[in-house]
Every structure is written in C-alpha cells, then in structure tokens.
Design a protein around this ligand. Structure first.
Ligand code: CA
Length: 374
C-alpha cells in the first residue's frame, strides 16, 4: 500500500466514522482531549508467523509502519517473527504477562485458556470475512471479545482476515465421512473438534514451517494451513497430492492484535486512537492483500504445478455440518461464556445468511447454474 493511499484511506475512515453519530463504532470511544507529548515510546510486537510471510507476516509490519508514520515517530513498534523472541504459540502469554506489549496471532489458538476465544477467528460453517467484520464492529462481537480476554489483561483488536480458506492438503481421496476415521490432520480450533467427531485425529500444535516436514514424513496424513497465497509459499503442493475445497472449517478467519492492557492504558489518548485506527486499516488491508494473493497463487498451483483440486462430496460436507452443531452444543454446555458468545454469534449468523441468500449468494448460484447450461 503506498504512503499516499494509506494516508487517504485513514483520513477517509476517520471522517466516515466521525459522521456516524447514531451508531458509534469502537473507534470513537477514546476521549479526545489530550496534550501532545513528544516522548518516544518503544513497543515490541511478537507474531505467530514466520517473519515477512505473505499476508499474515506482512500485516504486523505494515501496522508498525503505519503507527510510526501516523504518530510522527512517537510510537515505534518493533516486529518479531515466530521464534525470534518466543515460540509462535506463546505470544498470548507474552502479552498477558507484559514481556511484550503486543502480538499478532489468531484467537482459536487460545481455546485451552478460553474456549469462547475461538469465535473471534473463525468457526466451522460460520461467517465469512465481510460478515465477521460486521458482527465484530457493529453487531456486539468486539465487546464480547474484550470480555473474554479481560481476565488475562489483554485487549484484542481485529487484525486482518485471510478470506475463506481451502479445505486442506490430503494424500488420500475423501469419498465418504468414513475416510476421516484415523486420519491425522493438522486442523486447529473447533474444526479439529469436528474432525474428532468423525473419528479423525486433529493436530493443532504445528506451526506453518513444520507442516512441510510433517506431511513429507507421514507424521500427519493431511494439513490445512491457509489457502493458495500461503500454502504455495510453504511448498505444500510438493508433499501432498490433493487440494480439497471448500474450507468448511474456516470460512473467513479474522486475525488479532493483542495489546497488554496496562501498556495501552499508559498511552496518550491520540496514540491510543492511532493504534486503533491503524489496526482497523490493516484489518481491511490484509483481506485485500489475501484476496488478490489467493487468486494469483491458485493460478500458479493450477497452471504451473498441475495441482489436483478436489471438491468434498456432499455427504462429507453434510456430516461435517452436523458434527459442528454437536460440537458447539457440547462446548456451550460446558462453559457459560462460550454459550454467551455462541448466542450472539448464532443470532447474527442466522440473519446474515438469510440476507446473503438474497444478495451475494443468489448471484453466485445464478452464475453457477448459467455456466452449466448447454
Ligand atoms: Ca487455517
């Protein structure tokens, strides 16, 4: 994103939000009166991604650049890739205990700490990117997310979206739900719990760089990572035969910026606003980057590597959907906060899917039907 475009984008966003008095967004909740201190504040941000990985790894770098430019150098954030300061999946603890001020990650990694966290990344058969952004910023989602992380002293902000993911890389053909029995698959979050219901063995402790070796040695039978943009860069097409779709488990995965609440509270008000507006800009910017990146990478996978792309049969999709409903109900019975977020999410999901059936989905169905006409 060019500097000029970045500046215009932010200006436009700020003006837009300033005009919407009836439905104030989270961005307008910061008090406006403050004096300008010229003290330089330095923060450290650790990510769960390989340094500079397309999309995921670039978003926190762009965020740090944006914050530095917008604050005229008063808030300087140094970004560390996975493993540089701490392991990929230790960043939540790092922010919580104040070792680092910020992290960039995905909320479903923290299901062991707070099962309800999973709703704020993506849940199987759930909301797509556009729908997630609507729920989070205007449908009550952000307030619930803050409530879930409050006990850990962590403030969340939406930090990007990969768009809908792919179903994953397999070395065996999936014909029926029975084929998931005993299948060892890298599949984190609630998707992994759904896999378990069908007799599969989810593996969620593998970071991106470990997937290639795990597939190559047969330590796992299948793996999902993100989609063409990232999967191509990890070379997963070299170690698996089939690329399945759709990504039922992650229809629109939101990433997150994690901020130590204590550190955030000490920022001057204008820097608090800059952090929030920059995160909101990067939240959209990453989706734009992924959309274009996925399209280009899929062209390469199909045209240069002759990857075999396969559609999960309807019987498989149906079994996965039923299993998802069972998983959500059993998780809700165990945890009141999970149940509280589920109620908000499902109320939204029902309405939004009905609305989309009149809009985007209706047009997609028509285009599909039209393509199949003789
Ligand atoms: Ca994924």
């Amino acid at each position: 994103m060019s500097k000029v475009i970045q500046t215009c984008w932010i200006l436009g966003l700020t003006l837009l939000l300033g005009c919407q008095q009836e439905t104030p967004s989270k961005l307008s909740s910061v008090p406006q009166k403050d004096f300008i201190s010229h003290q330089v504040i330095e923060w450290r941000l650790a990510t769960s991604w390989p340094k500079n990985l397309p999309g995921l790894g670039m978003a926190p770098e762009r965020f740090a650049q944006l914050v530095e430019q917008m604050s005229n150098g008063r808030l300087v954030i140094t970004v560390y890739g996975a493993g540089e300061l701490m392991p990929a999946l230790s960043v939540f603890d790092g922010v919580s205990n104040g070792t680092i001020e910020m992290a960039h990650s995905a909320s479903y990694y923290w299901k062991g700490k707070a099962p309800a966290a999973q709703f704020f990344s993506s849940i199987p058969f759930g909301l797509n990117a556009q729908q997630m952004n609507a729920w989070l910023h205007y449908g009550g989602g952000m307030e619930l997310w803050e409530e879930v992380y409050q006990p850990f002293g962590v403030l969340p902000l939406a930090g990007g979206n990969t768009g809908m993911q792919m179903g994953g890389w397999f070395n065996k053909i999936i014909v029926s739900p029975e084929d998931f029995k005993g299948l060892k698959m890298r599949l984190p979050g609630l998707g992994g719990e759904v896999l378990k219901k069908l007799g599969g063995v989810p593996v969620d402790a593998l970071a991106g760089r470990e997937l290639y070796g795990a597939l190559q040695t047969g330590a796992i039978d299948a793996a999902e990572w993100v989609g063409p943009y990232n999967d191509l860069s990890l070379g997963l097409h070299q170690v698996a035969k089939y690329y399945y779709y759709p990504g039922w488990h992650e229809p629109g995965s939101t990433m997150e910026f994690l901020i130590n609440q204590q550190a955030f509270s000490t920022l001057p008000n204008d820097l608090k606003m800059i952090v929030k507006v920059a995160a909101r800009a990067i939240n959209q910017d990453m989706l734009d980057d992924y959309t274009q990146g996925h399209i280009a990478a899929m062209d390469v996978l199909l045209n240069e590597h002759n990857v075999q792309v396969k559609l999960f049969p309807n019987t498989v999709i149906r079994a996965l959907k039923y299993a998802r409903d069972d998983v959500l109900n059993s998780e809700a019975a165990k945890d009141p906060l999970f149940n509280k977020v589920l109620e908000s999410y499902m109320a939204n999901e029902k309405s939004v899917k009905r609305y989309f059936s009149y809009t985007e989905d209706a047009l997609s169905r028509f285009e599909l039907d039209d393509k199949n006409q003789p």
